[in-house]
Design a protein around this ligand. Structure first.
Ligand code: GDP
Ligand code: MG
Length: 439
């Protein structure tokens, strides 16, 4: 994975107090190799490195207080620019037709409904058309979703086989429906094959859609690039929808698809529910590709409200696994300063999913107060050396802060697990989850 390759490069950079041109050159070389290995096209990678280099060698980095952090940020911004680039909205001029294409299971049908819901909420009048005549249950699936969101749907007669004929009927039907934009859900395949491409090409020629959206599963990996190219050649894709961003995919495919096809990623799907969908956010994807959550964002955000020095120190200690209860206290104060914890956690990609797994009320400020009370009842020695916390000390702490012993034990247990995890690979999301589930 691109992210794994870059992990070390960034960890090294972050650790540097002062930075030299040689450090920068080394890092850029690593980054360039990683990009090439991730199938990013050679010219794109070279141009990209050129831009990062220009900025990195400038005053911006060499004179900054935290040069490592600064370079990572430049890299992140440039990736975001590469992903976002000239991203534009949908062309919905009349007759607004959107054709949705992609492999089986990519999320076409779900995306069609999600898009319809979104357009409807914008005050438009979407119509859905079921053009997947291959899968037996496909029509009913779309019809069920359409009903959930209150959008009219055209269902071809059972046994229909000719997708162009169905589209023609649907256009007739649409005259009676007072819609302003039509969304055509199409059939997919396990792999791209001639029959599928043929069918889509004919449908595309008949509809002349304003938008042809290629739906791609974010976890597909590098093969997604070939798929994207094949679809693009057949039906002239106007935009990509990246689905299942709520999963573990780290996004190398997005970068490659975007850079190789040159097509903008217009939307992303972030869950099975129909409202878990929205415009693609390049910055968030860049963070995912960098595999570090939005650490840069966290640092920036935090720096605005708290002592910058302390934030950096605490971040470093977290990542290096030296974290103790003193850091934990600092962290809690930082979070309290930052306002609602959810706002902060929301900066992390995939947080929606984590949140679902949390026990009810785990982000409650009251519980955080309890955690803080427990830590404050520890002696300075215990805080810096949590291994000292034997049963009798725990009982003393519980009595001191007025919280049940069970709660004290749980906090210490979760803390140890969190520390263990942090000293491994820097998985911010998991870490935050641990932190949030302490009570
Ligand atoms: P199609 O074969 O391309 O039409 O794919 P479907 O729309 O039927 O989706 C396949 C599966 O992926 C279904 O179980 C969907 O609920 C699921 N799915 C679609 N989009 C997303 C998403 O953004 N996140 C998650 N977690 N699941 C999704
Ligand atoms: Mg489908």
């Amino acid at each position: 994975l691109l992210a794994d390759k870059l992990d070390n490069t960034f960890r090294r950079l972050r650790g540097l107090g002062k930075i030299s041109e040689k450090n920068i050159a080394d890092a850029l070389r690593d980054i360039r190799l990683a990009l090439l290995e991730a199938d990013v096209e050679f010219g794109v990678a070279r141009e990209f490195i050129g831009r990062v280099k220009e900025r990195a060698m400038g005053q911006e980095v060499l004179k900054s207080i935290k040069p490592g952090e600064q370079i990572v940020k430049i890299f992140r911004d440039e990736i975001a620019a590469l992903l976002g680039g000239d991203a534009v909205g949908l062309d919905l001029t009349d007759p607004a037709r959107i054709m949705v294409v992609g492999l089986n299971g990519a999320g076409k049908t779900t995306t069609s409904a999600k898009l319809a819901l979104r357009l409807k909420n914008e005050g438009r009048r979407p119509l859905l058309v079921a053009c997947d005549l291959v899968r037996p249950a496909a029509v009913d699936q779309l019809a069920t979703l359409a009903e959930q969101i209150g959008v009219p749907v055209y269902k071809p007669a059972p046994g229909s086989r000719d997708v162009v004929a169905v589209a023609r009927e649907a256009l007739e039907w649409a005259r009676t429906q007072n819609g302003t934009v039509m969304i055509f859900d199409t059939a997919g395949r396990q792999e791209v094959d001639e029959a599928l491409i043929d069918e889509l090409r004919q449908l595309h020629a008949f509809l002349s859609p304003r938008e042809t959206l290629l739906v791609a599963d974010a976890a597909t990996g590098q093969q997604a690039v070939n798929v994207a190219q094949t679809f693009d050649r057949a039906v002239n894709v106007t935009g990509i929808v990246l689905t299942k961003l709520d999963g573990d995919a780290r996004g190398g495919a997005a970068l490659s698809m975007r850079s190789v096809t040159g097509k903008p990623i217009k939307f992303s799907g972030e869950g099975e529910k129909l409202d878990q969908f929205g415009p693609f956010v390049p910055g968030r994807m860049a963070d995912r590709i960098l595999g570090m959550g939005d650490i840069v964002g966290l640092v920036e955000h935090a720096a605005a409200r708290i002592d910058e020095e302390q934030a950096a120190k605490s971040m470093d200690r977290m990542m290096s696994g030296q974290f103790d209860f003193n850091d934990f206290l600092d962290q809690m104060k930082m979070m309290q300063n930052l306002g609602p914890l959810e706002g902060l956690l929301g900066l992390l990609p995939g947080f929606g999913k984590i949140k679902k797994q949390l026990p009810e009320g785990a982000l409650d400020p009251k519980r955080m107060k309890h955690m803080e009370a427990i830590v404050l009842s520890m002696t300075a020695k215990e805080r810096s050396n949590p291994n000292l916390l034997n049963p009798s000390r725990r009982r003393r702490i519980a009595a001191g802060c007025g919280r049940p012993l069970m709660e004290v034990n749980k906090l210490i247990k979760n803390f140890s697990e969190m520390r263990k995890m942090m000293s491994g690979k820097g998985k911010m999301g998991a870490m935050m989850k641990q932190m949030a589930s302490m009570k």
